[in-house]
Design a protein around this ligand. Structure first.
Ligand code: K1U
Ligand code: ZN
Length: 152
């Protein structure tokens, strides 16, 4: 596994729209392992492939609080449903160093995606899991959390 360089604002690459993965193969699995290693090294809880310069619709996350790692892999995630109730969370981003801000997002969402082995999964997310997956899915569209903040 290799630790990659995380791109930071104002890199134009971060603004690219990532492309769907046709098949979860060896190349994608190596990429997901490298992303996870890079995310753990940077003390993050999520990372999208575009943050290391790869425009594929792939996300890794680990929101576990204890020392036991619980990695999650999302390939081609799609939000099928969003709660109309919003919650606020103070977000950060490894691509926007040293900036944190409160962002409102739907408090729950339902996602369909492929896992590390290409198996289709349906997940109901709430709390930090819902916040983080929505933040990471924004990266796939070239959106950063600072885009939601008022210019004031
Ligand atoms: O760069 C990223 O997309 C990862 C980002 C994920 C995230 C954090 C908080 C809310 C939404 C999405 C981070 O991991 S920022 C790193 C960080 O400072 C942090 C770590 C643990 C909990 C909260 C923030
Ligand atoms: Zn981010």
């Amino acid at each position: 596994m290799t630790i990659k360089t995380i791109l930071t604002e104002p890199s134009k690459i971060l603004r690219q729209i990532s492309l769907p993965v046709e098949k979860v193969g060896k190349e994608e699995q190596i990429l997901m392992n490298d992303m996870l290693e890079t995310m753990y090294d940077a003390k993050g809880i999520g990372l999208a492939a575009i943050q290391i310069g790869v425009p594929k619709r792939i996300i890794v996350m680990d929101i576990s609080k204890d020392d036991k790692k619980k990695p999650m892999y999302f390939v081609n995630p799609i939000i099928k449903n969003k709660n109309s109730n919003y919650s606020t969370y103070e977000e950060g981003c490894l691509s926007v160093p040293n900036q944190f801000a409160e962002v409102n997002r739907p408090s729950e969402c339902e996602i369909e995606y492929l896992d590390f082995n290409g198996k289709k999964i349906f997940l109901k997310a709430s709390g930090l899991l819902a916040t983080c997956i929505q933040h990471e899915m924004d990266h796939l569209e070239g959106i950063l959390f600072i885009d939601y903040l008022s210019k004031l």
